[in-house]
Design a protein around this ligand. Structure first.
Ligand code: DHB
Ligand code: FE
Length: 291
């Protein structure tokens, strides 16, 4: 019986806001949406069987909680509670997110002492970047649910305003998070989620760009060659996967937290899914179990 926390799995998923709207409006069975939600049915069963004690959820805010006034590169949520953000149409009718103040404080201490200069967030709202992945993995919540089934520690990454962090730095941050989790002296089961992507471009002449081959090759390399993948320059993401395809660097943080990057065996692929379209974008999803 372990006395310390451990990382059991990592989950990767796109966070397209229209997915949240489809769920909130009860439209998931419509022909347009049914194939997408079918791809997450195994994930919801998996989650019911592998429910962690806490999730470190790597995501990006889309100028909702943050603005261009201040732009933290890596920001860790240390609050006990986060309300859904109003993104222009009123907040989503989903429960507030419960944080994990104790583990978050430990992560802040450990990761900053490993020389990552995190910003700390004691109060913020959370936008679709965080709530849509929760909806996809946990499904619709009762209207009166006091919170989501699992406490969440948000880790917000700037992928909105250049310069954004490198893939290499993201992978290293994931490794630091693993060390931090493993030094927390409570026997918690922790998952790390990486969200955003896959290929999408929301504006300009290339709006609607989808690159299936590149997206699927990204996932192949994420599984089998994360170190090599982490060397990919930003320009490749943007050229191949569109301007917002750069959100994919966040997947490398979750991947860095897997045991093989600390010298252990390769993770097991529990589920993999890819679908086009959702709104104007491709949707990618992967679950890795730590060996
Ligand atoms: C859209 C917005 C996002 O933040 C994203 O990651 C994908 C799609 C959208 O507005 O369609
Ligand atoms: Fe996004």
């Amino acid at each position: 019986m372990s006395t310390h926390a451990r990382i059991s799995a990592s989950v990767y998923t796109s966070h397209v806001p229209a997915i949240g709207v489809a769920m909130d409006q009860g439209r998931t069975a419509e022909p347009y949406w049914a194939p997408l939600f079918a791809g997450y049915a195994p994930s919801r069963r998996w989650m019911a069987e592998h429910r962690p004690d806490a999730i470190v959820l790597v995501y990006n805010d889309h100028a909702n909680a943050f603005s261009l006034d201040m732009i933290p590169t890596f920001a860790l949520g240390t609050a006990d509670r986060y309300e859904p953000a109003d993104e222009g149409w009123g907040p989503r009718a989903v429960p507030p997110v419960t944080g994990h103040g104790e583990l978050a404080a430990h992560l802040a201490q450990s990761v900053i002492q490993q020389d990552f200069d995190l910003t700390l967030i004691n109060r913020m709202t959370v936008d679709h970047g965080l709530t849509v992945p929760l909806s996809l993995l946990f499904g619709e919540q009762p209207v009166d649910a006091p919170t989501w089934p699992v406490p969440v520690i948000p880790l917000a990454v700037n992928v909105v305003q250049y310069p954004v962090p490198s893939g290499r730095r993201c992978l290293q941050l994931g490794q630091a998070i693993r060390r931090a989790v493993e030094s927390f002296d409570q026997p918690l089961n922790v998952q790390v989620w990486g969200t955003g992507g896959m290929s999408h471009q929301l504006q300009g002449p290339r709006a609607g760009l989808i690159n299936r081959e590149w997206d699927n090759a990204f996932v192949d390399r994420l599984i089998a060659d994360p170190r090599g993948l982490s060397e990919l320059p930003h320009l490749d993401y943007v050229r191949e996967a569109g301007s917002e395809g750069i959100e994919l660097v966040m997947w490398l943080i979750a991947r860095g937290a897997m045991g093989d990057l600390a010298g252990g065996p390769a993770p097991r692929v529990a589920h993999r899914f890819y679908h086009v379209p959702a709104s104007n974008t491709a949707v990618g999803h992967l679950i890795l179990e730590d060996a």
